[in-house]
Design a protein around this ligand. Structure first.
Ligand code: SAM
Length: 303
């Protein structure tokens, strides 16, 4: 638990935060609206004797207190997908519409890609990129099981993403759900801190900056980019946004989130960030009994 100690200065009720990080997280599933409705899924789970609790802020999410998402018929039919509550936030914030062209820059294994396709009623184009072939295989399997036909998969480094294979036009929206130190997944993965080092945090921040930069460049002026991580480290969150504000044509925008959250921090370890990073949202495990998460919404200004 040592890495958590560094967040004492920025987390309110630190002992409650630490205690929540030590509690296991129950499984949750998202209803795949390409194939089913929340009502149909609830009935199917009832008929299979699987306990499910609706999530109050999102009518397409259920917590399964006693079951695992991949071991029931609604899962095999592609009616549900295992996805924890906070993981459903970024696609909701990106809010794509049917017909949009959307880039999911770090997509595998596809929880958010398939959520984007569902939000678009599977009409339009979701380009799903990842640089890890093994994880791309899981992305393809999930895409097929969930029946999403609007997804095109690319295997490449998102920092060098080319628009050419897709006609060269910029995207309407981009999701940048970057690789990170995963501190916020500690309730699901008790080993999450085993290989934690500050040099890994600082190293991965370089990748995050490169991917976010490419996403802003690849999105049309007026378009939206959502940046998210499942970690608490400001080096991977506000510092990456601060870099994007300096180096690319974008600005942070406000958004509503019906989960208890805290604003982005404007100072860390002697470094001051652009005050607008407060528009980003930090989701802590002790506030909503979820995993930890960070999510920011940016508008591409084009100048
Ligand atoms: C947080 S995970 C993405 C989870 C995914 N968005 C989901 O909801 O299922 C980050 C992903 O980024 C991929 N990745 C890491 N570096 C990358 C890079 N330079 N370009 C593209 N993908 C990268 C990893 O393979 C990993 O699958």
């Amino acid at each position: 638990m040592e890495p958590l100690e560094r967040y004492r200065p920025i987390v309110d009720d630190f002992e409650a935060f630490r205690a929540a990080c030590e509690r296991p997280l129950p499984s949750a599933v998202r209803v795949n609206t390409i194939k089913a409705t929340a009502e149909r899924v609830r009935r199917a789970l009832d008929e299979a004797d699987i306990a499910s609790d609706p999530v109050d802020w999102h009518d397409g999410l259920f917590v399964l207190p006693e079951d695992s998402p991949g071991s029931n018929w609604p899962y095999f039919h592609g009616w549900i997908h295992g996805q924890e509550e906070v993981s459903a936030v970024p696609a909701t914030v990106l809010d794509p519409k049917p017909g949009d062209r959307v880039w999911d820059a770090c997509a595998a294994p596809g929880s958010k890609t398939t959520q984007l396709a569902a939000l678009m009623d599977d009409h339009g184009e979701v380009v799903a990129t990842d640089n890890n072939l093994g994880r791309i295989s899981a992305l393809r399997t999930n895409t097929e099981r969930l029946g999403a036909t609007s997804i095109a998969v690319t295997h490449e480094d998102a920092r060098n993403h080319s628009l050419k294979p897709f006609g060269g036009a910029n995207y309407d929206r981009a999701l940048v759900d970057v690789p990170c130190s995963c501190e916020g997944t500690i309730r699901k993965n008790p080993d999450a801190f085993e290989d934690w080092t500050l040099s890994h945090v600082e190293g991965i921040a370089g990748v995050q900056k490169g991917v976010l930069k490419r996403a802003v460049e690849a999105t049309a002026p007026g378009g939206t980019v959502v940046y998210s991580t499942c970690t608490f480290a400001p080096e991977e969150n506000e510092a990456v946004l601060d870099f994007a504000l300096d180096e690319t044509a974008c600005e942070l925008v406000d958004y509503d989130l019906p989960l208890d959250h805290r604003p982005g921090v404007t100072e860390w370890d002697g470094e001051a960030f652009d005050p607008s990073v407060q528009k980003a949202k930090r989701i802590y495990p002790h506030h909503n009994d979820t995993g930890g998460f960070f999510c920011a919404k940016l508008e591409v200004t084009g100048e």
